[in-house]
Each structure stands twice: as structure tokens, then as C-alpha cells.
Design a binder for this molecule. Structure first.
Ligand code: NIG
Ligand code: FE
Length: 420
């Protein structure tokens, strides 16, 4: 089955070499005016200037989709989220409004451990149903691939339950999910005062079992004062590497604790958050293959300082943007909102935010060769926006703006009557 998308007012293919865009490259992307995309069997067959695509022999006889002069982009690749949970943390939200900090609320029994309590009590089918409903919201917002972490179980059975929910929802589609094991998210109550013992259990029991069942592609660790140290992070990433899981690190979110350099040293696929990074951390990222994933939605929601995105880009790092969707620090699934915050609060340009949310997000998931740009052979994951200029995407914040969404060649959300 072939589809030809024509009358694209601005087409941003994000095409380029097989590595993330870094530094100045992030701003050096220009829209193709009057572009076209040819899709065959769920993959991009050709994308670019209309005349070139229409000249492709395979274009003849394809079903035509008219983009109406609007903007077409790759679907967002949201490379950091915690979307499996049983209930929102509305009391934490209200306590923060009344002046308590995220750290104070966690110390008084709220925070991550309160979500753990509820997830342990939930059935796998309830978690699956909740995730399924949220997955539809991501698709409507233009996200076609989402990383999904465990981390609200903190024991083998509950971590497995969360990852199985992710596998069930991801394999049913249309939202493609990439599972990450985050057993090192907090020390569970039964290991209070025995963090080292818990880290040993994560490394010797949970990681091998999850990897053995093929339930995760990555292992992650919350490297932060009061959670896990750099040494803990090293152990977790080393155990992950032994089991075939590449590393990700929650680094320097609330304090400068050294997670970034540990991530770089252990060849992690990404280091995430990075609000408190100092210049040597940024330089280490810039000189490495580790993607710097910024999550400004959590800073907005927790009223914390934003990371210095300009410095990351100007010093040559490969920056990705993601939601960090979770019930505690960022209950936002909408990448458009994240891009808007990145523009207004972190001075990223609109095109830099779009690169960060597509091709660089794909690289932050080890999917740069197959996702994140509209190039021959890659997945036909793309979005037609209700916009004639791509800058409208971060400009009209707080609004849903995807006219239709294509995942692997199928229209999976549409505000219009498109029949394939
Ligand atoms: O990325 N920082 C740790 N993990 C999440 C928050 C999880 C939660 O509060 O439930 C984050 O912000
Ligand atoms: Fe997170």
C-alpha cells in the first residue's frame, strides 16, 4: 500500500547523517516549501521537494493525502517518561502551592514512595488500562514513540508488573513504547537504611530477570542526594551493560551530584534533567556520544531553575527534549507545551526545539537509524500540524494542534475525514 502526501506548505524532514544533531547543527534545519512524502508499507519511500518525489516511479497510482498547505514533521520521539501509575499526586501539588518543596514532601511520605504504595496495590490490568488511556493522549499530541520507565514498584514483582503493562500497551499500538527499568528510582521502605543491600538486589536479581524476559531496552538510575550516589549509578549501569541494557541517568536535577560525568564515563545513551550541571559536565557531554536530555516541564511544574540550554548547544552538546511525564513532577504529555517552555524560558529557537524533540529524541533511545526523521527506509511516523509555519508549534502553547498523525504508515489520529 502506497500513500503520497502532497501540498505540504513546510516540510521538515530532519534528514541528515546517522548521529544526533549537535551544537550549531541543531539550528541549521530549513523547511522545504511545497514538499511531498511517499510512504510504502509503513516506511518512508521518498521525502523532499515535490517535483523529486513525484518523479519517483512508485508515486504513480499511490493514494493521495492532501496536507492542505500545512506543516508536516516527523512524529515526536518523547525519550523520557514515567507513564505507569495508579493515581495523580494532587495532595503533593497542593502542598507545593502552599509552600512545601518537592524534597520536603518526599521526606514526609509523599513523593515517589507514595506512588509506589499505590502501584504495588494495583493489578496489572488496571495499570495497563490506565497506560492505554494515556497513550491515546500522547498520540493526539503528535508523539509517535515514547520511552516508558518502571520505577514505582521497587521490588521484582511490581517492576515486572509495570514493564508487562508497558509491553502490552506498546505491542497493541499505535503508540510505540520503549521500556526502561528504573528500579533504582528510590530506596523502598523495606530497605530503609539498607540502600547498599537494595542496590545489590537491583543488580543481581531485578536487572538480570528483566533483561532475561526482554522487558526493557535501558536501565536508568536516579542519581541524587538522598536517592542514589554516583557509585550506586556505576554499579547499576555496569550490571545493566552485563545484561545487555544500555544506561540512562537522572542526573543533576535537584543538586550537582556527579551523575552526568558517570553517565558519560559509562557510555550511557543519555543523561537526563541536567538542571544543575556545571561547565565541565556540559563539556564532557559535548565530547561524548551521550545525548543531553532536558526536561523543562518538571522545572515549570516544581518551580525549579531551568537548565542552561543555550550553553549546552553553544558548547556542542546533542540536546533532546522530552516530557518526563509522571504523576509527581510533570503531569504533561504534550510535547508542544515542552517546546514552548524551551523557547520562552531556555532560549532555544523553534527549530532547535523541533530537532531536539524528533531526531535527537530518537538517538536518545538508540533509534536514530530508524526513527526521528523522514528519510527513505525509516518509519513513516509523521504529523500534519494545524499550522502554515513550523514556528506556530511552540508559539500557540497549550493548544492541541495535530490535524492528523501517521504511525508506521497508518493514520492513527485525525481531526479530518481521511480514509486510507
Ligand atoms: O524525573 N526525578 C525522579 N523521577 C521523576 C519524578 C518522579 C516522581 O516524582 O514521581 C522525575 O522528575
Ligand atoms: Fe524522570
Amino acid at each position: 500500500m502506497r500513500h503520497l502526501i502532497v501540498n505540504i506548505g513546510q516540510l521538515l524532514t530532519m534528514a541528515g547523517g546517522d548521529r544526533p544533531r549537535r551544537g550549531k547543527e541543531m539550528g541549521a534545519v530549513h523547511p522545504i516549501l511545497d514538499g511531498a512524502v511517499l510512504v510504502e508499507d509503513g516506511k518512508i519511500a521518498a521525502a523532499g521537494f515535490k517535483d523529486l518525489v513525484l518523479n519517483d516511479g512508485r508515486a504513480r497510482g499511490s493514494r493521495i493525502i492532501d496536507a492542505g498547505g500545512r506543516v508536516v514533521l516527523p512524529g515526536f520521539v518523547d525519550s523520557h517518561s514515567h507513564p505507569v501509575f495508579a493515581a495523580p499526586r494532587l495532595d503533593d501539588f497542593e502542598s507545593r502551592i502552599r509552600g512545601k518543596t518537592y524534597e520536603e514532601i518526599a521526606a514526609r511520605g509523599g513523593g515517589i514512595l507514595s506512588t509506589v504504595d499505590k502501584v504495588r496495590g494495583a493489578t496489572q490490568s488496571a495499570l495497563t488500562a490506565g497506560l492505554q488511556a494515556r497513550a491515546a493522549r500522547f498520540i493526539e499530541a503528535g508523539t509517535t514513540t515514547l520511552e516508558a520507565k518502571s520505577g514505582y514498584g521497587l521490588d521484582l514483582d511490581t517492576e515486572l508488573k509495570m514493564l508487562r503493562a508497558i509491553e502490552t500497551v506498546g505491542s497493541g499500538g499505535p503508540l510505540e513504547l520503549v521500556g526502561t527499568l528504573l528500579a533504582a528510582h528510590a530506596v523502598p521502605p523495606e530497605f530503609e537504611g539498607k540502600k547498599d543491600e537494595y542496590v545489590r538486589a537491583v543488580c543481581s536479581e531485578i536487572i538480570p530477570r528483566v533483561a532475561g524476559e526482554g522487558l526493557a531496552k535501558f536501565v536508568d538510575v536516579f542519581c541524587e542526594n538522598g536517592y542514589f550516589s554516583v557509585e550506586d549509578a556505576r554499579q547499576v549501569l555496569a550490571a545493566g551493560a552485563k545484561a545487555g541494557l544500555r544506561g540512562k541517568v537522572h542526573a543533576e536535577q535537584l543538586s550537582l551530584s556527579g551523575g552526568t560525568q558517570a553517565a558519560v564515563g559509562l557510555n550511557a545513551v543519555s543523561a537526563d534533567h541536567l538542571e544543575r550541571c556545571a561547565e565541565p559536565d556540559i563539556l564532557a557531554l559535548a565530547a561524548s556520544g551521550t545525548v543531553a536530555t532536558l526536561l523543562p516541564g518538571s522545572d515549570y511544574f516544581l518551580s525549579k531553575p531551568y537548565p542552561d540550554a543555550r550553553k549546552f548547544i553553544d558548547l556542542g552538546a546533542a540536546v533532546a527534549l522530552a516530557t518526563d511525564f509522571n504523576p509527581g513532577s510533570c503531569p504533561c504529555w504534550d510535547m508542544r507545551m515542552i517546546l514552548s517552555i524551551a523557547c520562552t524560558q531556555m532560549r532555544m529557537t523553534p527549530v532547535e526545539t523541533l530537532v531536539a524533540a524528533t531526531i535527537n529524541g530518537a538517538h536518545a533511545l538508540g533509534l536514530g537509524a530508524t526513527h526521528g526523521s523522514l528519510q527513505a527506509g525509516k518509519a513513516a511516523d509523521l504529523v500534519c500540524w494545524e499550522a502554515v509555519d513550523y514556528r506556530e508549534i511552540p508559539y500557540f502553547f497549550g493548544a492541541s494542534g495535530a490535524a492528523w498523525v501517521m504511525k508506521a504508515g497508518n493514520i492513527v489520529h485525525s481531526k479530518e475525514d481521511i480514509r486510507l
